[in-house]
Design a protein around this ligand. Structure first.
Ligand SMILES: Cc1cc2nc3c(=O)[nH]c(=O)nc-3n(C[C@H](O)[C@H](O)[C@H](O)COP(=O)(O)OP(=O)(O)OC[C@H]3O[C@@H](n4cnc5c(N)ncnc54)[C@H](O)[C@@H]3O)c2cc1C
Length: 399
């Protein structure tokens, strides 16, 4: 185990609170990192949140949040939670009032509805907008907000010296952050996760030879009154084929259209209507799927992970964001227990890790099964979505 480099600028997190209030370093300002930051702030637990991007990425998508909404409510301050509608692709949509708390899954060949699973409170969040709104809200009331342009490159847990018993996050720009616990919510390509050699690398999901998944989703409605300004996106997956790889500059529009042959409407029409010149991007390297085989080494409760960093699942069941928010709520709860002297940092992080690990294994597996099922029409009727809809598959308990 190495110690922090002496040349680095050390910035301890300032806090007037007396021990044992843990000082938290959050890596990554995605859904889980931002939810954790807000949750900690609600409980006056000091934190620093560091994000590698200095400007927003152009990558954008939407997530359906269903059973995790109550957990999100425990993390976000009430006034920010009340603004969730502003984070939606369609900011006018009131899902509950309009009876739209559901997904629609059709038979791709005929266009007929197959199932419309629903869950109370379900709503859709646009990732880029959500990150902006939740990030800006951290600045309110004199808060420090997200530190952008901070790329985590190393984690030290020194057992001697000035920072004995602490965790030190090292950043590409030479600076360091010192805290009691570091949580890596740095997404599916998690550096924190990669650091731990026990953890599996990402793998491609298997696929059925001829079947395919495709969806049409709303991304934005810049002018609510002018549908011609509305932005939709299409997501399609098909089994990986021997010898076929895609590069980041490949344009798959023609291939996508060809593969949509035999689909019913609305999918087929959408494929035909996509304007020439629209860039259809490949998912480089295939879908990321991983869950650690064993619980990670949390170095006496000083380093842990959450969100996609701990369980990266395919999007076919739409559960990654829900689980990321559940992790956020659990982590904040663990820190509150430490602050209140109910548990040691190690015990609290151990309990958090166990929940994230077990739930993650199950959820990643279920999502992979769903991906296979979308690629295997015959298996679809037995798939997790058909059996469970968008309800949680585990007993979530009350804490
Ligand atoms: C197309 C698509 C559709 C989806 N649909 C759904 C859905 O319907 N429902 C659902 O629940 N989930 C869905 N998901 C999954 C959901 O989006 C993710 O599970 C969730 O956003 C994960 O959030 P996160 O904060 O863990 O990770 P991320 O959002 O990936 O955030 C990680 C952050 O960490 C930063 N970072 C990375 N490395 C470093 C570093 N070294 N140092 C500092 N910062 C770093 C990144 O820049 C990023 O900002 C979908 C995903 C996709 C791609």
């Amino acid at each position: 185990m190495s110690t922090a480099t002496s040349s680095a600028t050390i910035t301890p997190i300032n806090s007037a609170s007396s021990p044992p209030t843990p000082k938290v370093i959050i890596i990554g300002a995605g859904l889980s990192g931002l939810a954790i930051a807000h949750g900690l702030r609600r409980h006056d637990i000091p934190f620093t949140i560091c994000e590698k991007e200095s400007t927003p990425r152009d990558r954008n998508w939407g997530v359906t949040i269903s059973w995790a909404v109550p957990f999100l409510a425990k993390c976000l301050p009430p006034e920010l939670f009340a603004r969730l509608q502003e984070c939606q692709p369609d900011i006018r949509l009131n899902n509950a009032a309009e009876g739209k708390e559901s997904l629609l899954i059709r038979d791709g060949a005929t266009g007929q509805p197959l199932i419309e699973p629903s869950f109370p409170g379900t709503r859709r969040l646009q990732i880029k907008r959500t990150r902006r709104i939740w990030g800006e809200a951290l600045l309110e009331h004199g808060g420090e907000g997200v530190r952008y342009g901070k790329v985590l490159v190393g984690i030290d847990t020194p057992d001697e010296g000035e920072y004995k018993g602490k965790v030190v996050g090292r950043f590409e720009d030479g600076s360091c952050e010192v805290g009691d616990v570091l949580i890596g919510t740095d997404g599916g390509s998690s550096f924190a996760l990669w650091l731990d050699e026990k953890i599996n690398p990402s793998v491609d999901v298997g696929c059925h030879p001829k079947k395919m998944y495709s969806g049409i989703l709303i991304l934005d409605k810049p002018d609510l009154e002018r549908p011609e300004t509305w932005v939709f996106y299409v997501l399609s997956t098909w089994p990986k084929e021997e010898g076929v790889t895609y590069g980041k500059d490949d344009d798959l529009l023609e291939e996508y259209r060809r593969r949509m042959d035999g689909w019913g409407d609305p999918y087929r029409k959408v494929a035909d209507w996509i304007p020439e010149g629209t860039k259809v991007r490949p998912i480089l390297g295939g879908l990321k799927v991983f869950a650690p085989k064993e619980r990670w080494n949390n170095r006496d409760g000083r380093v842990t992970i959450g969100g996609d960093a701990a369980h990266s699942m395919t999007f076919h069941r739409g559960q990654g964001g829900n689980n990321a928010l559940r992790d956020a709520e659990r982590f904040v709860g663990a820190m509150v227990e430490v602050k209140e002297g109910l548990r040691s940092l190690k015990d609290a992080v151990d309990a958090y890790d166990q929940d994230v690990f077990e739930r993650g294994l199950n959820e990643v597996d279920m999502s992979s099964k769903q991906t296979h099922a979308f690629h295997d029409y015959k298996a679809f009727l037995q798939s997790p979505l058909m059996k469970h809809g968008i309800k949680p598959t585990a007993n979530l308990g009350s804490s």
